[in-house]
Write a protein that binds this ligand. Sequence first.
Ligand code: AMP
Length: 216
Amino acid sequence: MVNLVLLGPPGVGKGTYAKELSRRLGIPHISTGDIFREEVKKGTPLGLKVKEYLDRGVLVPDSIVNEVVKQRLSMDDCRRGFILDGYPRTLNQAKALDSMVRIDAALYFTAPKEVIIERVSGRRICPKCGAIYHVKNIPPKKPGICDICGSKLIQREDDKPEVVERRLRVYEETMRPVIEYYRSKGLLIEVDASEPVVERIVLKAIEELKRRNIIS
Ligand code: AMP
């Protein structure tokens, strides 16, 4: 059983690494961003509440996010562990998470700002199955079409340049204490994600988890 948190700026590739780690480790990938986007798409009461925050690229209030995560982590598939992606985003959330479960490690993916902006602007997602592509680094077989389900790929509203800059700023301000929090607990594992090869980055993360006896 391994309970992991993934940290890193928007666009560094967390979601992509999370999906690959989930496949290799056999534990669910839980993305609060994906959960919110899904709720917005379905027009649920939660979706209506969070839509405005998502469109503006600002954080959803802690009380809402914490409740969503608590419910998700209590589901059966999390008994063998989980990979949290996009949560915690504030020190408050990190402390709330500690009151729900024991966290084994926080994988912190880093890359220079120019690399991040390039990754975000080229990112395309499948609105139906959630697959993530990049026009250059991870292109779909047919341009603009999802390899997995054949849907037309889209650019996330908040991946547009004006919103990305705001998200990066919000990230800088709110994440520093979260990163320091995990560092002070000895749980932070930094992974250099500057190179574009997903496989190699994920293998580096797995090797480090093994080296520290967090997984076998
Ligand atoms: P993401 O896909 O992780 O970039 O999340 C997209 C958007 O969902 C963010 O810009 C926030 O509005 C919202 N969101 C996702 N996770 C969180 C969180 N842990 N705390 C607050 N807002 C969140």
